[in-house]
Design a protein around this ligand. Sequence first.
Ligand code: SAM
Length: 248
Amino acid sequence: MKHRRFRIHPEHIQGRQAFIVDPQEIRHIRSVLRLGEGDPVNLFDGEGKEYRASIVQITRGRVILSLKPETASVPMESPAKIILGVALLKASKFDWLLQKVTELGVSEIVPFSSSHVVPRWGEGQTGSRRARWEKIAAEAAKQCCRTAIPRIHPLRSFEEALAYDAGRATRVLLWEKEKAVRLGETVAHSSRVFVLVGPEGGFSDEEALRAQAAGFQPVRLGPRILRAETAGVAIVALLQFILGDLNK
Ligand code: SAM
């Protein structure tokens, strides 16, 4: 029943009743899946909860549902909290990376601009981009049956990204010039990791030094130079294997 899975906003849950008002979801329920009263569906609130429900009524403007008593606490979220700081990439690359790391269970995305970032977006553009990124993350979470949707932060400068308070996270800088340190040793016993991936043009040496001074441990992912989007997916997959649930 994976395809009968819909996001429900927590504020639209009242006791044993819930309602969907998103026009796209209503159209999907009515016209694509042709669901009707009494049909069972799964709901997820995007904050970690999953519900089994059945349709009570479908009108043009809302779908009313009744929640089943048991809340299916399906463990679809990783125990590892991974916060991925990603330098702005060309739109399609950023979108692709966002979709893949959402499927891999990333918790937060911190987009940042740095000296070698190629796309230059004005303030207004990053606002609309962020709305697009949130949509991509929500759709990817729905598709892979996650119950939480990664939080997408507003665009930050490099300095603001370094200063982001990621709680008691192990801080990692993906730095291809690093020779000595290995990922496993760096994140051993962590449950929370904040990792930075540079842009197509890479980090400058000054930025790498600034990041180290801010407590980010440089780590190399082997000898080959990976595309930024490849490095982003690789590091989330590796961290989920070492610390999360990819090995379960
Ligand atoms: N400096 C690279 C070059 O000379 O072509 C360009 C940067 S690479 C395309 C984009 C980002 O991916 C880097 O800033 C780094 O964060 C990460 N990355 C790529 N390969 C890596 C590796 N082997 N080890 C660690 N990080 C890597």
